[in-house]
Design a protein. Structure first.
Length: 142
């Protein structure tokens, strides 16, 4: 089962990561499982994606065997380093693709984004909004 991100948790994490003058525009919760994980939740990751007016923030969470749920890593991607943000799929089950060159190296991430009772409200709609925001940023001249 995926982690549940409450509004309180999302706002607390965002407050700790944002720079002065930065605002969260959209937020998405998505899951990533490598091909070799065979659907075992222990090997997958849950991501909290925060789109701000200045950058895209990827917060990775993992389930531990003895340690429980934990925040594993944070990767910040200024919009000019992001090369692709795409949301595709059918009905409430979508796939968000993020490609960029981040501070820790290249990022090529495919997240399963779903809507429903145990997700952030408007999860799929915010995923669409992030993809549209990326399209707007790419259309602007440097």
């Amino acid at each position: 089962m995926a982690l549940f991100f409450s509004d309180l948790y999302v706002n607390t994490v965002a407050k700790g990561l944002l720079q002065p003058g930065e605002q969260v525009l959209h937020r998405v919760s998505g899951s990533h499982a490598p091909w070799w994980s065979m659907g075992i939740p222990m090997f997958g990751s849950q991501y909290l994606v925060l789109a701000t007016n200045q950058r895209l923030v990827l917060v990775q969470h993992k389930k531990g065997f003895f340690t429980g749920d934990r925040m594993e890593s944070v990767d910040t991607l200024p919009w000019n380093q992001v090369s692709e943000v795409k949301l595709s799929g059918f009905l409430a089950k979508k796939t968000m693709r993020v490609k960029a060159h981040g501070s820790t190296g290249p990022v090529d991430l495919s997240l399963g984004v779903t809507g429903g009772m145990f997700e952030i409200p408007k999860n799929v709609d915010d995923g669409k909004a992030i993809a549209q925001r990326f399209g707007q940023m790419k259309a602007l001249p440097s």
